[in-house]
Design a protein around this ligand. Structure first.
Ligand SMILES: Nc1nc2c(c(=O)[nH]1)N[C@H]1C(S)=C(S)[C@@H](COP(=O)(O)O)O[C@H]1N2
Ligand SMILES: [Mo]
Length: 350
């Protein structure tokens, strides 16, 4: 663990056990490809210390030929590929919702997100080799090595699932490297799932088992958490079976610079941030200096070869003397934009 605190010493730590931390926003916005040491960490349990030579991945369930392979065996047997993609926690920017009303969960600023080159093998290739049934109504469940402990549920291994249609998509990886470096222990060494476009919760780290099955994972993370509920539902009244499972993440954008409540010189200021539209493209970003009464367009920076990557935006603004409320909103390629008021998306889970 001491190595972890050295590597991640520059992050804003929300909790030490389990370890949850995010980078300062100016560093996050400093590079299109987030460095591993700047990459947020979201963990629900311990950080297992595993060895890629002894760690095994099992593929089971509705498959003709179950597999049991080490990471070197996976690497040798399947084509290795790299996908540039954002990983984002479903709780990213929760601190903004908490300004509306309190919620459960850590107060993530806009730093629970990162963009990197993930290198690994396609989940689709592994499912193919196992002779998996591929009906679109099926689900692919993942189990991990870390142990989560909760007051009511007790101790259990982290797990989640994704629908078969997404599992067969070429961008979904079993990854062993970030930006060409082996995964750090806190990011899932030696093997993790990466589901571009989906909330981070569906991308288990320290992957041990893949199960093809006819229903979503029954793991707490899938069945009793990470679901979208309306604003009138509370911790006491929530019916998790009625919540909508968070898979694809919504359109989002954030201001990284200047920092909130910054005191600036009068005159020209460059405002910078990121925007994401997951499966769609960000086509426009608007910035306002009067809390959303008037808008002007920002410049966009996006790698056209990396559809799962984020979009960086910037705008040079002339700020007269006085207080200014800076606001940003992104537009996606379907012409949709973000809600005008933070209250519109508030829920007790944040
Ligand atoms: N095994 C395991 N996988 C996990 C988690 C976890 O706690 N345990 N957290 C998930 C959540 S909620 C997120 S947002 C991402 C965070 O990945 P990172 O820590 O590499 O940034 O991992 C996901 N995969
Ligand atoms: Mo998350």
């Amino acid at each position: 663990m001491s190595n972890l605190f050295c590597r991640k010493s520059d992050l804003i730590v929300h909790s030490k056990t389990p370890f949850n931390a995010e980078p300062p926003l100016h560093r996050l916005r400093g590079r299109l490809m987030t460095r591993q040491e700047d990459f947020y960490v979201r963990s629900h349990g311990n950080i297992p210390q595993l060895d890629e030579r002894t760690h095994r991945l099992r593929v089971t369930g509705m498959v003709q030929a179950p597999l049991d392979l080490s990471v070197p065996e996976l690497r040798a047997r399947f084509p290795v590929r790299t996908v540039t993609a954002v990983m984002q926690c479903a709780g990213n920017r929760r601190a903004d919702q908490q300004q509306v009303r309190p919620t459960l969960g850590d107060p993530w600023a806009p730093g629970a997100i990162g963009n990197t080159d993930w290198t690994g093998i396609s989940l689709a290739d592994v499912l193919e080799a196992a002779g998996a049934e591929k009906d679109a109504i099926l689900h692919v469940a993942f189990d991990a090595c870390d142990e989560v402990e909760m007051p009511k549920e007790g101790r259990f291994n982290y797990g989640a699932s994704i629908p078969m249609a997404k599992a067969m998509a070429p961008e979904v990886l079993l990854a062993f490297a970030m930006n060409g470096e082996p995964l750090a222990p806190e990011h899932g060494y030696p093997l993790r799932v990466v589901v571009p476009g989906y909330a981070g919760v569906r991308s288990p780290k320290w992957l041990s088992t893949i199960t093809v099955q006819n229903k979503p994972s029954s793991n707490h993370m899938q069945a009793r958490d990470y679901k979208l509920v309306p604003a009138d539902v509370t911790e006491d009244t929530v019916d998790w079976d009625k919540g909508v499972t968070i898979y694809d993440m919504p359109l989002n954008s954030a201001i990284c610079e200047p920092a909130a409540r910054a005191v600036l010189k009068t005159g020209r200021t460059t405002v910078r941030g990121y925007a994401i539209a997951t499966a769609r493209d960000v086509v426009r970003v608007d910035v306002s200096i009067d809390g959303g009464r008037s808008w002007r367009q920002a410049n966009l920076e996006h790698d056209p070869h990396a559809p799962w990557s984020w979009t960086f935006w910037s705008a040079d603004l002339d700020l007269p003397r006085g207080d200014h409320e800076l606001t940003v909103r992104a537009w996606d390629s379907a012409g949709q934009t973000q809600p005008a008021q933070p209250d519109d998306t508030w829920n007790f889970k944040g």
